[in-house]
Design a protein around this ligand. Structure first.
Ligand SMILES: Cc1cc2nc3c(=O)[nH]c(=O)nc-3n(C[C@H](O)[C@H](O)[C@H](O)COP(=O)(O)OP(=O)(O)OC[C@H]3O[C@@H](n4cnc5c(N)ncnc54)[C@H](O)[C@@H]3O)c2cc1C
Length: 494
């Protein structure tokens, strides 16, 4: 596997439009990226506009299409992650076959459907039962949006402003919402990695902790893209942060963009970070987002580990938050709770429940604080979690509203069952990565490493840390150790 260095995301790579000097929100597709973009988008629906750049009607239609695309596409989207708006220029020769597959008979011609149906798909005029449909009433932005509203049962408006909409789901009413959180887990992973690099947080005293956390990600991250990227970072760790160059000054020396050798490396693939949150999107600009995504990442790791990995996971997460979570109060407070644990974890269940109760203690503290300072998200007030609406069997008896965490009679077996399914299967149920549902934590990572280590050597630091780490990571650790024995000459970082 090679590092994919380049633009941060497809959405941002659209660039500046030559005609109007402004950025386009609709994603320009062609035959080479059509299947990949539509196959991987988190959006539920896609609109594909087939046009020709020489066509005057298409040029006049563009501002209308862009007015709608502004609502759904790009980092400033008002309603991100729901509808992907794209366009294909049929006047470009390379797209001839693609436009033929969709029987494009006039310009512009617009199609609607689930993104996956466009992948390797097509459309014919008399085709029955196709999930791809021609949008037959889209002459103006208003009419296009009306058509979309009818299909989706929504009431989007052209004047909707960011964070000023009533479409945000409440955090408790729809348990299915968690299925969108896998994209936030990717976003949080990429954001955390960006923060670590741009704040030059890899130092001699924090190195081992990052290596251990990366091991955890390689084996148990719910996104295959992130498992793969973490494995690549891990095997190249010494090149990223040479152990002989760890003082802050020296990091400056090897840095070209302020982030060090890995500055352009995208740990969860080239489309992440996408620049927006889905499950973790707040109703205010400054609420939720990264810290919500980080919690979801931690919970989703906790339910994926085996019993034998529970203590290793506990220390890895505690150290990671302590060393790399840049919110001072959060990291201190979390570390105090880590430090108060007196005996090692032996089971997944114990660790999952510890993390759940720890998060609830944070919620409880913040409930009061946010209410008094009015700093919380009005649409997502902190609650003791999960509420009965999400898991009634978790609550043994009827507890009073506003009861403290410790006052609720929890059925912990049910809580564990609920968390395992919520952050396990449900989290990845909509995930559009063909291999994501494979329970291939270690196998998949090793498989990726086989590719990526063909000409690469496992760095001494990483290998040592891995060797010292819990043997619960047996397969992975043994693999790395065996690779270490067969060291080959070192590959250059890029
Ligand atoms: C490790 C850590 C420590 C933090 N410490 C502090 C702090 O000391 N002070 C501070 O101001 N902020 C702290 N934060 C941030 C704070 O906890 C929230 O993340 C932030 O306020 C955003 O809240 P939210 O409404 O998105 O829900 P979050 O609390 O971020 O939760 C995200 C989602 O997880 C689910 N969830 C909620 N509770 C639980 C639970 N008990 N178990 C499992 N899932 C649950 C819900 O679906 C929720 O929407 C911390 C964050 C992290 C990751």
């Amino acid at each position: 596997a090679s590092f994919s260095v380049g633009s941060r995301s497809i959405l941002r790579s659209i660039g500046v439009n030559e005609n109007n000097g402004g950025a386009d929100n609709a994603v320009e597709l062609n035959v080479t990226n059509f299947d990949a973009v539509l196959g991987e988008t988190p959006a539920t629906y896609a609109v594909v506009e087939f046009f020709a750049h020489w066509c005057p009607a298409c040029r006049n239609y563009k501002p209308h299409y862009e007015k709608v695309a502004r609502l759904f596409n790009g980092p400033n989207a008002v309603h991100p992650g729901i509808i992907l708006m794209t366009r294909v220029d049929c006047a470009l020769k390379i797209n001839n076959k693609l436009c033929d597959k969709f029987s494009v008979s006039h310009y512009p011609m617009l199609f609607w459907g689930p993104p996956s149906k466009f992948v390797a798909g097509g459309w014919e005029p008399k085709q029955e039962k196709s999930e791809i449909r021609v949008i037959d009433d889209a002459r103006t932005a208003d009419r296009l949006l009306n058509w979309i509203n009818k299909q989706t049962g929504s009431s989007y408006g052209l004047d909707d402003g960011k964070f000023e909409n009533e479409h945000l789901p409440s955090n408790i009413s729809d348990p299915g919402q968690i299925a969108r959180a896998v994209y936030d887990v990717e976003e949080a992973t990429a954001t955390a990695f960006d923060i670590i690099l741009s704040h030059k947080m890899i130092k001699s005293e924090t190195r081992a902790s990052l290596i251990r956390f990366l091991q955890l990600l390689v084996a148990h991250h719910p996104s295959r893209r992130c498992r793969k990227g973490s494995a690549e970072v891990l095997v190249n760790f010494d090149d990223l942060s040479p152990s002989h160059m760890q003082s802050t000054d020296k990091q400056e020396v090897i840095t070209s963009n302020g982030k060090g050798a890995l500055g352009n490396f995208q740990i969860c693939g080239k489309e992440v970070p996408r620049g927006y949150w889905m499950f973790c999107r707040g109703s205010r600009n400054e609420t939720r987002g990264f810290s919500c995504g980080l919690w979801v990442l931690l919970h989703s790791l906790s339910v994926r580990i085996d019993d034998g990995e529970s203590q290793f996971t506990f220390t890895s997460i505690c150290d990671f938050i302590h060393n790399f979570f840049i919110c001072e109060e959060c990291r201190q407070h979390f570390y105090e709770m880590c430090s108060s644990v007196t005996s090692p974890f032996n089971t997944t269940r114990d660790f999952v429940l510890w993390l759940w109760s720890t998060h609830n203690k944070v919620n409880e503290r913040l409930m009061k604080l946010e209410a008094s300072l009015n700093t919380g998200d009005p649409k997502f007030p902190k609650i003791i979690w999960p509420p009965k609406q999400l898991c009634s069997s978790c609550h043994r008896s009827r507890s009073q509203g506003g009861a403290k965490f410790s006052q609720i009679d929890w059925d912990e077996d049910e809580v564990f069952k609920f968390l395992t399914s919520y952050y396990g299967k449900t989290l990845v149920s909509l995930y559009k990565d063909k291999d994501s549902l494979r329970n291939d934590g270690i196998d998949g990572a090793v498989e990726d490493l086989v590719v990526s280590t063909n000409a690469v050597v496992v760095p001494v630091g990483a290998a040592l840390a891995i060797a010292l780490a819990s043997c619960a990571f047996g397969a992975l650790a043994c693999y790395w150790r065996s690779q270490q024995k067969n060291r080959k000459p070192r590959r250059s970082w890029n």
